[in-house]
Ligand binder design. Structure first.
Ligand code: GDP
Ligand code: MG
Length: 162
């Protein structure tokens, strides 16, 4: 049984870009994974020797009314199914209302969760990462999903046994 990694976060933070990088090709979609719905996309990842199932989600919407509904459906289910949650934020945007809502939920869960600040290409990565420490979920891992920077280090951390 492969470990399951869920990519969660509001729309446009780069979840699908990371999903495509981890699975390399859309052909990696796992069609017969239990619980498959069109709101959650499953793929098999084989990245730098790490093998796992990765779940992409459409994202939690930023408007306050939508957060509960979205969290209650696909993102919540993805989190439930996962062994490890990669909570993605946009390093260029700072913390948003939706980010805080997701963080609050994850803080209550006893599940391995990592804050992943994406899009650190071309900005001061250290300063951006420091901002997201306030989400209260521990260390922040800076990556550029579009280019692959930081992804291997993130996986090494996420798959190191506690
Ligand atoms: P999702 O809605 O969370 O799935 O986000 P997407 O993967 O669709 O990406 C949203 C936008 O961010 C797209 O225009 C991507 O090209 C862009 N993006 C994703 N990763 C990076 C990155 O590492 N650096 C930069 N500069 N842009 C990125
Ligand atoms: Mg997407």
């Amino acid at each position: 049984m492969l470990p399951v990694v869920a990519l969660v976060g509001r729309p446009n933070v780069g979840k699908s870009t990371l999903f495509n990088r981890l699975t390399r090709t859309r052909d990696a979609l796992v069609a017969d994974f239990p619980g498959l719905t069109r709101d959650r996309k499953y793929g098999q990842a084989n990245y730098d020797g790490f093998q796992f199932i990765v779940i992409d989600t459409a994202g939690v919407h930023g408007d306050e009314e939508g957060i509960d509904a979205e969290m209650a459906s696909q993102s919540l289910r993805a989190i439930d199914e996962a062994d490890v949650v990669l909570f993605m934020v946009d390093a260029r945007d700072g913390i948003t209302v939706a980010d805080n809502a997701i963080a609050e939920y994850l803080r209550k869960m006893s599940k391995k969760s990592y804050v992943v600040a994406n899009k650190i290409d071309g900005i001061d990565a250290n300063a951006a990462q420091a901002d997201f420490f306030e989400l209260g979920l521990g260390d922040v891992y800076g990556i550029a999903a579009a280019h692959g920077r930081g992804v291997e280090q993130l996986l090494e951390k996420a798959f190191t046994p506690l």
